[in-house]
Design a protein around this ligand. Structure first.
Ligand code: F6P
Length: 510
């Protein structure tokens, strides 16, 4: 029940299944033609049926020599061209040759983006910070995503405008959250610099986008645009130019090592038999828990503070991909798909929600993620802390699985001291956390999501469920300015009226 693959160990022994169960799950995968779906994915077939697109994030990590054709065109040349442009800009910034409006070298980078244009780079910069060395320009990298402006409000007063460069990360370049933050940032620069908009756009803005026309219309000149393609899903885009903050933080060499780690996982996913295939196993175990054992909550528990952003990243990857109830044939389905997923650094979660895992009424499946070694050259105290973390990680999965029988139980113990156990978990161990293993880990989850989508017959590459909200918000913006009492429910009308009355009070007080 455990599989070794390169830098990874996947341990399924604490799941509620036997070898026979696994064999039946492999039969299910064969029945759903998983093998041929994997081939379709890699071959660039239009697996994103509702949008008529391929999903070729795997092509972004292909080594230079390999070719991949989409609609008759070899896309690898374009991919490497766009990476080369990113590399030139990265080096220019890191070496201090990119200058702000008064000639100052850039010291601070602010990535403005949301969802897939934020979560992946943010997570990677956090996870791989130790690979940021002095020769990379000692850049401070910040991430701004929230629509309400709270992050900019706090951040801008701490920055030197002349030494600050903004990366506007948006596949569509139409996401209102990102554009609102970008406009605020530009206004700040214009006020501080007293220079014209064109000069500010040239010296202080880069676009990472799939929509060069919209980026240009906003004012970002072509030479400052890094482009990617509609066949890269937003939540699968950290491997593209959306990964620019990662390259700025850890250097292009390490960025490429991350791509290599993901590519190795791709090759494994494509070639290994189901029995030894990490993404296939991870996906099928999920299906077993969700559809056969009726478990609809999934906790992501990294026992390593560097992976603190992993749960948030996986929330989007899994729930935006497979949170669906319509199949590829546009029919409503009658079985469960993606569970509710959340998480936290494991040792912190122990002091927050583990009570529910151990003694609550909800069945929850857990992923424990931890590197075997850390701090090898950093002194014994830190090594001791890593050991402590490992011990807690192993202890918690053991207790969740075995309950009272994990310990010698006092016969007189009270009911409230009792642990049922039988909460299933998977342990994913990496030898160490490096750019390469990090890339492999993320690709492992990407492919796990794909495996589950094939079993559930849903399209994991669209996200129609978030589109309507954007339309409704646009119409409400007008109502906020001037209540027309139009086509609205009474609850929303009440909220609007309350907002208006508070505005009146506040303007009277002014
Ligand atoms: O609203 C959902 C979404 O479309 C995500 O899929 C995407 O990652 C995010 O918004 C940001 O989109 P964009 O990169 O186009 O700004």
């Amino acid at each position: 029940m455990s599989v070794l693959m390169g830098h990874f160990l996947l341990d399924l022994s604490k799941q509620r299944l036997t070898k026979e169960t696994l064999d039946k799950l492999f039969d299910l995968a064969r029945q759903q033609k998983l093998g041929s779906w994997i081939e379709k994915l890699f071959a660039g077939e239009k697996v994103n049926v509702s949008e008529g697109r391929s999903a070729l994030h795997t092509a972004l990590r292909l080594p230079k020599g390999e070719s991949k054709h989409v609609d008759g065109e070899n896309i690898t040349a374009d991919i490497h061209k766009s990476l080369a442009k990113m590399e030139r800009l990265v080096k220019k910034i890191q070496s201090g040759q990119w200058r702000g409006f008064d000639g100052s070298p850039i010291k601070s980078i602010v990535n403005i983006g949301v969802g897939g244009s934020n979560l992946g780079p943010l997570m990677a910069c956090d996870a791989l910070e130790q690979y940021s060395t002095d020769d990379l320009g000692n850049l401070e990298i910040y991430f701004v995503s929230s629509m309400d402006g709270s992050e900019l409000e706090k951040l801008l007063p701490t920055l030197d405008p002349a030494a600050t460069l903004f990366i506007i990360s948006s596949k569509t370049f139409s996401t209102i959250d990102t554009l609102a933050n970008a406009n605020t940032a530009r206004e700040w620069l214009l006020k501080a610099s007293r220079r014209n908009t064109e000069l500010i756009n040239q010296h202080h803005f880069i676009a990472a986008t799939g929509n060069n026309v919209a980026a240009l219309a906003w004012g970002i000149p072509k030479k400052n645009q890094l482009l990617f393609w509609d066949w890269v899903g937003g939540r699968y885009s950290l491997w593209s130019v959306i990964g620019m903050p990662i390259a700025l933080k850890i250097g292009m060499g390490n960025f490429r090592a991350m791509l290599k780690g993901a590519h190795d996982m791709d090759t494994h996913f494509r070639e290994a038999s189901f029995e030894h295939n990490l993404p296939v196993l991870l996906g099928l175990i999920g299906v077993w828990n969700i559809n056969f054992l009726n478990i609809h909550a999934h906790a992501i528990l990294p026992y390593d503070g560097r992976l603190a952003q992993l749960p948030a990243y996986l929330e989007q990857l899994e729930m935006e991909s497979n949170g669906k109830s319509i199949n590829r044939e546009n029919e409503r389905i009658s079985y469960r798909t993606c569970p509710v997923l959340w998480g936290e650094v494991g040792s912190n979660a122990q002091h927050a929600f583990y009570q529910l895992l151990h003694q609550g009424t909800e069945p929850v499946m857990c992923d424990f993620i931890v590197p075997a070694i850390r701090y090898e050259n950093d002194g014994s105290e830190l090594q001791q802390q890593h050991r402590l973390s490992l011990a807690n990680c192993f202890a918690q999965s053991r207790l969740l699985a075995l309950g009272d029988s994990a310990l010698r139980v006092d016969v007189d113990s009270k009911d409230y001291e009792h642990y049922d156990g039988n909460q299933p978990s998977t342990s994913i161990m990496l030898d160490e956390l490096t750019p390469e293993t990090f890339g492999g880990l993320i690709a492992l989850y990407e492919h796990k999501v794909f495996v589950q989508s094939v079993i559930w017959e849903v399209n994991p590459f669209d996200q129609w469920g978030v589109e309507k909200g954007k339309q409704v918000a646009t119409s409400l913006l007008t109502e906020l300015k001037h209540i027309t009492n139009g086509y609205l429910d009474s609850s929303t009308k009440g909220l609007l009226r309350y907002t208006q009355s508070q505005r009146k009070v506040s303007s009277r007080e002014d």
